[in-house]
Design a binder for this molecule. Structure first.
Ligand code: PLP
Length: 387
């Protein structure tokens, strides 16, 4: 049976070049980069090189990159680190209802510690209004956090405008930019971002590595305490395999971004047009224009997304349902609910996220499998009446 992987926003296969660059660290280069002797000296330059490679992809200086275990840690360190460091200045934080759980749960945790959080809503396309950010900022506000590209819908927020508003109000601005890497160009300076989170496994590096961007001159508290790794900002011996592969994957992301983005956009449009032509009662979720080139989020009415996911899996096609990025949750997506979509329609939402290995044959195969699977499920649904 053909296998088609359409879940690249959940994770990506490791790029062969990234795996090759990391292999020496499983087999030979074992030194601890903090060691002063020959074994440590042999590996240290690789950490520096990877730092420069990640920095180049996002328009940062290498000294502004802190390697972490992933974006969950980077989001936690950015938000808690800023909240703790600035507790003397204020206790109010601003975020949105459409953040990834790595951000939302961190804010919920801080609320439990006495911080005040304003959660901004979004419009029907999932967009935050920058004016609402402006209105939410008050004297005690210390941080604004807004996701750049939404992992579920692909909607891209007006982060540049929001960053400028935060900056002119003297408030730190954090953005979860996990889904941007390799899909759209990112320049942290241009976007007025002070803190940003990135993940290796969304950009064809292995799982368990990520990066926190901290703008030069900004001091936040550490999450991890211990050794002096990462210029004293993240204790713990470096994950050499992950870091080296992440750096190499960022080089490929930069080299191939234009070509990959236009291929993904072409395939996504073909898929959307095909589905809309073949299946009635489908809703495109997210902004039709301001979106990632690779991401489609579609609600198939009268169908349970989990049943559709299983039916497509049986046909060899991997997609995701609802907000099931990590948890396999069957709750309706908080992102779609925040967009004002009827909970019943949310229940029928699947996310298709394209990536490097996908091609036109994958799309044509999906255009046979999806209408067939939806048709069968609707035949069984008491809610669906054939026209
Ligand atoms: N933020 C976003 C937008 C994501 O899509 C993910 C991935 O699930 C994360 C954060 C968490 O990243 P990680 O798996 O590296 O902890």
């Amino acid at each position: 049976m053909r296998r088609v992987y359409f879940d690249h926003n959940a994770t990506t296969p490791v790029l062969p070049a990234a795996a090759a660059s990391a292999r020496d660290f499983l087999d030979g280069l074992f030194g601890n980069p903090s060691s002063l002797h020959w074994a440590g000296r042999a590996v240290r330059p690789y950490v520096d090189e990877a730092r420069s490679q990640v920095a180049r992809l996002i328009g940062a200086n290498p000294s502004e990159i802190v390697f972490t275990s992933g974006a969950t840690e980077a989001d936690n360190q950015a938000i808690k680190g800023a909240a703790y460091a600035l507790a003397g200045k204020g206790n109010h934080l601003v975020t949105t209802r459409v953040e990834h759980p790595a951000v939302l749960s961190t804010f919920a945790y801080l609320e439990g510690k006495g911080y005040r959080v304003t959660y901004l809503g979004v419009d029907g396309n999932g967009l935050v209004d920058p004016d609402e950010v402006r209105r939410a900022i008050r004297k005690e506000t210390i941080l604004v956090s807004v996701i750049h590209a939404n992992n579920e819908t692909g909607t891209v927020q007006p982060v540049k405008e929001i960053g400028a508003i935060a900056r002119s109000a003297g408030v730190l601005f954090h953005s979860d930019m996990v889904q941007d890497l390799g899909k759209i160009s990112v320049d942290v300076d241009d976007l007025c971002v002070d803190l940003a989170a990135f993940s290796g496994h969304k950009v064809y590096a292995p799982k368990g590595v990520g990066a926190l961007y901290v703008r030069e001159g900004i001091e936040i508290d550490n999450l991890m305490h211990g050794g002096h790794q990462e210029m004293g900002r993240r204790a713990g011996t470096e994950n050499m395999v992950g870091i080296v592969a992440f750096g190499r994957a960022c080089v490929a992301a930069l080299d191939d971004m234009e070509e990959e983005a236009s291929k993904a956009e072409f395939l996504r449009k073909r898929l959307l047009e095909g589905i809309m032509a073949l299946v009635p009662d489908v809703r495109l979720n997210g902004d039709p224009a301001r979106r990632l080139p690779n991401t489609l989020n579609l609600s198939f009415q009268y169908v349970e997304a989990e049943s559709l996911l299983i039916a497509l899996d049986l046909a060899g096609i991997a997609v995701s349902a609802g907000s099931a990025c990590s948890s396999g949750s069957t709750e309706p997506s908080h992102v779609l609910l925040a967009m004002g979509i009827d909970p019943l329609v949310c229940q029928g939402a699947i996310r298709i996220s394209l990536g490097r290995e996908n091609n036109e044959e994958d799309v044509e195969y999906a255009l046979e499998a999806i209408p067939r699977a939806v048709g069968r499920l609707r035949d069984m649904s008491p809610l669906f009446r054939r026209p």
